[in-house]
Ligand binder design. Structure first.
Ligand code: TPP
Ligand code: MG
Length: 262
């Protein structure tokens, strides 16, 4: 993994699960390289703005750091310009569910063949703790000192409704599980969406809760049926299901577009 590291000093809080996501991705890239199914020059990672976005500083591959909430237009531009590239995006809940939600919906709708990994820590962390679209009702932070009065939305349900062809959730605390989900996302042709639930140890420490409240989906998943996936992502369960909920094959945006422009 050494040659995938850079000389940049890691400035995440010691123990931040962003490091676990970085390790999972580096391990996966090593595996794909060894299997020779991936050449490093054909891989590009795009980062959003936030603590999560620093991941591009720590990956010795082609990277691009985008604007806040605007990594998906960047990713889609890269894919259109060179469809042979494998494009992976690292975003945050503030980045993709709050600031850039419109881009998220439309990237899913057009089934762009890119992979989005959202570090969903339920908080705008880099700006020191404001509520995002996935912060729970009652969340106390810098912008909601008396508790958020808003209900969060369910990003998986949003992605199913928008037309994503691969919808998954993993937990940053499970590095092997996260690596496997990332691999399936990259191997899927079409828009791959992965919500990575992640504690923010400084502004929203959910470690104890998640460590005791996650489980992996059984073999019935991924489903090809939208209704089945919707039912599962909206199920009121005591524990949080991880895995691939939905996976279908559909023409991608880029392969539909190319015959029109060449
Ligand atoms: C257009 C724009 N709006 C706001 C900001 C300020 N800003 C920088 S990082 C950030 C929070 C990012 O939160 P999230 O995407 O959840 O990432 P995290 O830090 O939690 O990993 C904000 C609001 C910005 N840089 N650019
Ligand atoms: Mg966040």
């Amino acid at each position: 993994m050494e040659n995938l590291a850079t000389s940049a000093k890691i400035t995440w809080c010691p123990g931040c699960p962003n490091s676990a996501i970085l390790v999972a991705f580096r391990k996966l890239v090593e595996e794909l390289k060894t299997e020779r199914s991936l050449k490093l020059e054909n891989l590009v990672a795009v980062g959003g703005i936030g603590c999560h976005g620093k991941i591009t500083d720590y990956l010795n591959i082609n990277t691009f750091t985008s604007l806040h909430g605007r990594l998906l237009p960047t990713m889609q531009g890269i894919k259109i310009a060179n469809p042979s590239l494998q494009v992976v995006g690292f975003s945050g809940d503030g980045d993709s569910y709050s600031e850039g939600a419109e881009h998220l919906i439309h990237a899913a709708k057009r089934n762009s063949d890119v992979n989005l990994f959202v570090h969903d820590n339920q908080v705008f962390a880099l700006t020191t703790g404001q509520a995002t679209a996935t912060s729970p009702k009652g969340f106390k932070g810098k912008s909601t000192p008396s508790g958020s009065t808003e209900e969060p939305f369910n990003p998986l349900l949003l992605m199913l409704a928008a037309g994503a062809t691969f919808v998954a959730r993993t937990y940053a605390g499970d590095i092997e599980g996260t690596k496997k989900i990332m691999r399936q996302a990259i191997e899927h042709k079409g828009f791959s969406f992965v919500d990575i639930i992640q504690p923010c140890i400084t502004f929203y420490d959910t470690r104890d809760f998640y460590n005791n409240h996650v489980y992996w989906l059984d073999k019935k998943f991924p489903s090809k049926k939208l209704e089945t996936a919707i039912k599962k992502v909206t199920a009121q369960e005591e524990k949080i299901a991880l895995g691939v909920f939905y996976k279908v094959e559909k023409p991608t945006f880029e392969e539909s577009l190319y015959p029109q422009i060449t």
